[in-house]
Design a protein around this ligand. Structure first.
Ligand code: PA5
Length: 481
């Protein structure tokens, strides 16, 4: 397994002192980074955070493999119902290891399709159901809390759709992944006898791809989960190293911390030059946003920190985003992801058309072109004082992807340490969820229903603007009292 981190273009020698990190910056911050590593290690040793231990959980790996072997051949579609950290990891694995959507190849019982229902868009869910056959579908409901409105509602629809066709046999075609000791999904799964897997309480959703949350769907679609864990274990060992020159996660965290807090780079662009890593980019976007966007430090000081993650795809987004990246505000740090040995080179035929735009490409390969485009984009950004780095994966296979995902989880955790924030909670999403519960009539959320009504009244009353007129937001909501 080989992953390299090329940080050269993050350095001030390459992009200038105002935009890059100097050797002196690194010397001054190394102690802080190592202290963060030590603190995070002791929090993990105390059992507060569990993702670093996941690659070593043999028992779970074996149980999942056993179950996957038992049911193999009885379905051609796995329908995963989950959202956020309960869906994005599976998508990253599917896209990375079985090919980008929608060009994965014909699905069958030997090559089951993974359909991920992670949105309550009624047309999306309705169309997905129309595209599946309940007799050949294994449904997988994933929710750590066991109560996420989107997941529960979609699950009820899918279960009903299965029951219409399968009747009592439905329960044998449903798998649940949830917390072991709490939550209504756990209670229902026990009552109905669903095959159930658990994730440890000390593993949060966005850090759960190597727990049952990601491993169950992966095993069900034929991914070798043992190899995923092997790669992740190697990176875990490396990430505990106190040698900041070789500990890629710690080093990347420190450099990005400096770019963010000292050089004003408030946006982090993940730029994979591989469609197979596109799912990983969307997974990373959640990991970085939810973990590092926080109101307060661990001591309670109000800081409102956050580096906005953006996902861009190379070369596609060179024709969509790069104009902004080159000439817009100097507020971005870039992380390119490239693959040294793509599985298909895609040769460009040898032709002599006599036309300049065609003939220079003759006999090359798309692998060479995409690499040239990535290197050129990095060079252009560097000339324009835009700090950028590159993570090179030797190839994309189970071992490399498992390692890469774990590497980013460690980097995120170390960044949380450097910023002195809790990277593992997500208080910020709670209020919106509570309003939704209130609007959907859930018991115990009456206070939020009233608060929402006050908000709507305020909107209906209109807001006074600088011109002195009250502007009403259309359509004005009906007064409730
Ligand atoms: O990272 C997180 O904790 C969240 O994104 C959760 O994964 C997401 O909210 C889904 O939660 P649950 O698994 O409880 O349905």
């Amino acid at each position: 397994m080989a992953i390299y981190f090329d940080e050269t273009n993050l350095r001030s020698d390459m992009v200038g002192a105002s935009d890059g990190v100097s050797a002196a910056d690194i010397r001054r911050t190394t102690g802080k980074a190592l202290a963060g590593l030590k603190n995070f290690r002791s929090l993990c040793d105390e059992g507060r955070y569990g993702f670093p231990a996941l690659p070593f959980d043999e028992t779970t790996c074996r149980a999942i493999q056993r179950y996957a072997a038992e049911v193999r051949g009885s379905y051609d579609t796995v329908c995963l119902i989950g959202i956020g950290g309960s869906a994005l990891g599976a998508w990253a694995l599917d896209c990375g290891l079985r090919g980008p959507h929608p060009v994965q190849g014909e699905y069958s019982k030997d090559f089951p399709r993974l359909v991920i229902l992670d949105n309550v868009d009624p047309v999306f869910v309705g169309s997905a159901l129309e595209s599946m056959n309940p007799s050949r579908t294994l449904s997988l409901v994933v929710a750590k809390s066991g109560s996420t409105a989107e997941t529960i509602s979609t699950f009820l629809i899918v279960r009903d759709w299965m029951e219409e066709k399968l009747g009592k046999k439905t329960n044998q075609r449903i798998v649940a992944v949830t917390s072991e000791k709490r939550g209504d999904l756990k209670a229902l799964a026990t009552e109905e006898g669903y095959q159930t897997f658990h994730l440890p309480d000390n593993v949060g959703g966005r850090f759960s791809v190597l727990s049952a949350v990601g491993l169950v769907p992966a095993a069900l679609i034929g991914i070798d989960i043992r190899k995923l864990l092997k790669g992740a274990a190697a990176i875990t060992n490396l990430s505990w190293s106190k040698d900041i020159t070789t500990n890629m996660a710690l080093r990347a965290a420190m450099l990005n911390y400096l770019l963010w807090t000292r050089k004003g780079k408030s946006i982090q662009v993940a730029f994979p030059y591989s469609n197979r890593l596109w799912g990983t980019a969307l997974w990373f976007r959640q990991l970085w946003a939810e973990s590092l966007g926080k109101a307060r430090t661990r001591k309670g000081e109000l800081v409102n920190v956050g580096q906005t993650p953006v996902a861009a795809l190379g070369t596609t987004d060179q024709h969509s985003q790069v104009q902004l990246y080159m000439e817009g505000p100097r507020d971005k740090a870039f992380r390119f992801w490239s693959v040294a040995k793509p599985s298909m080179p895609a040769r460009i035929p040898r032709v002599h058309t006599g036309f300049e735009a065609f003939d220079y490409l003759s006999g090359h390969s798309l692998a060479k072109l995409i690499e040239a485009e990535r290197r050129s984009t990095q060079a252009a950004l560097t000339e324009n004082h835009r700090p950028n780095c590159n993570f090179v994966l030797d190839r994309i296979d189970e071992e490399h992807l498992g390692a890469f995902l774990q590497l980013m989880e460690f980097e995120t955790a170390f960044m949380g340490e450097l910023l002195d924030i809790n990277a593992f909670d997500q208080e910020g999403v709670e209020l919106g969820k509570k309003f939704t519960f209130a609007l959907m009539g859930r018991k115990g959320y009456e206070e939020y229903a009233e608060r929402f009504a006050r908000y709507e009244e305020k909107r209906a009353a209109g807001v006074e603007c600088a011109c002195g007129h009250a502007h009403h937001h259309a359509p004005a909501a009906k007064k409730r009292r």
